[in-house]
Design a protein around this ligand. Structure first.
Ligand code: TXA
Ligand code: MG
Length: 341
């Protein structure tokens, strides 16, 4: 069975042993938990795909602890680029660069590029440093399900599939890193995340967003974006309006018309008292989207544990962090979104 251990020195030695024996260990990062394994070992990386039931054409991120480790993996890591990266690293940014031959094709799914991230979470960086290999780590959920932001959620998906979960508590951020393609200029956001276009524009004159993220019918440049994702078992409906009262009114109407359904509600604090329901969770304040990103995935999972039939989530404005959160929510809802304005 799968063990859950605290990240003390003795346990980290066990993590090192397992990673260097090509086993998969779930580790905390500041964004979401990752399923970590030796990123230079095909055997280890194949075990990640198996544990997650991940499609074979969805490449993995290699997590590094410093630029020296990264230098071995990519072409084009110039001093100028390091200055740009230093504004965001260590932290929730993943960059796409030209891959060196040392990287197994299982990591890149045979693409000429590779995704690299230098995480901020100290447990993650300690594990990478003591193993002294890049750690390949996708989010620690079963493919298609919401990512895991605490050890208990990881256990739910991975029990019996991996030997060990390192319990680093709740993730600070709660949604995955921003994926930024550096192989062409201007740089392009392939997956929105904690860092926004506005954050990058402080240091670059122009930043593009992959058109597939804003228009239907386009093929995304990041393979992972084409899959249905972040979906709990229950159906999800997202309601969006600038007027919080309209959302409350619509929810009350749906509750009244569907008394036979068990409905979970995820709502901002400002108007949470408008709705009379036992199955209601807070997204925090509408003015603090960082709280929303922190609780979103684990909340969707909690509603599944309560066996609700439908989860209604109050959406936010699609700007800055709200753009990234709505990207995840639309996927969770398979496009089931209603604009009330
Ligand atoms: O915050 C995160 O990024 C978390 C933590 C654990 O670091 N990891 C994560 O990994 O979200 P994953 O595998 O769930 O998502 C990685 C994304 C996928 O959409 C994948 O398609 C994309 O990065 N990706 C990986 N390599 C790529 C490449 N060479 N070109 C384009 N996209 C790539
Ligand atoms: Mg994922």
């Amino acid at each position: 069975m799968t063990k859950i251990l605290k990240p003390n020195k003795e346990n980290l030695t066990e993590v090192k042993k397992l990673i260097l024996q090509d086993e998969v260990v779930a580790i905390p990062t500041e964004t979401v938990y990752g399923l970590g394994a030796n990123g230079l070992s095909s055997v280890a990386v194949n075990k990640i795909f198996k544990a997650k039931n991940r499609p074979q054409d969805n490449p993995l991120i290699l997590h590094v602890s410093d630029y020296e480790m990264m230098e071995r993996l990519v072409y084009g890591l110039t001093d100028e680029l390091k200055l740009f990266l230093n504004n965001f690293w260590p932290g929730p940014l993943t960059v796409i660069m030209k891959a060196k031959k040392i990287i197994p094709k299982e990591v890149t799914c045979s693409l000429p590029t590779v995704a690299i991230r230098m995480p901020k979470n100290e447990i993650a960086t300690d594990i990478i440093s003591i193993c002294n290999v890049p750690i390949a780590a996708p989010s620690a959920n079963l493919s298609g399900k919401p990512s895991c932001t605490n050890a208990k959620d990881v256990l739910e998906d991975m029990n019996g599939k991996i030997p060990l979960i390192v319990d680093g508590g709740d993730c600070m951020i709660g949604i995955e890193s921003t994926v930024l393609d550096l192989t062409t200029k201007p740089y392009t956001i392939l997956r929105p995340g904690f860092y926004t276009k506005e954050d990058f524009l402080k240091f670059e004159d122009e930043i593009l967003i992959d058109t597939a993220l804003v228009k239907d019918g386009q093929i995304p440049k990041s393979p992972g974006q084409k899959y249905k994702h972040y979906a709990p078992k229950a159906k999800v409906l997202v309601l969006v309006s600038d007027d919080r009262k309209k959302v409350s009114f619509e929810i009350s109407k749906i509750l009244k018309e569907n008394k036979n359904l068990k409905i979970g509600i995820f709502k901002f604090d400002q108007t949470i008292l408008d709705v009379d329901s036992e199955n209601i969770l807070s997204l925090g304040s509408i003015f603090n989207l960082e709280q929303m990103s922190k609780v979103l995935f684990t909340g969707l999972r909690d509603f599944d544990k309560k066996n609700v039939d439908l989860i209604i989530v109050e959406g936010c404005k699609e700007e800055k962090l709200g753009f990234s959160i709505m990207n995840r929510l639309k996927k969770s809802a398979s496009g089931n979104i209603k604009y009330l304005d």
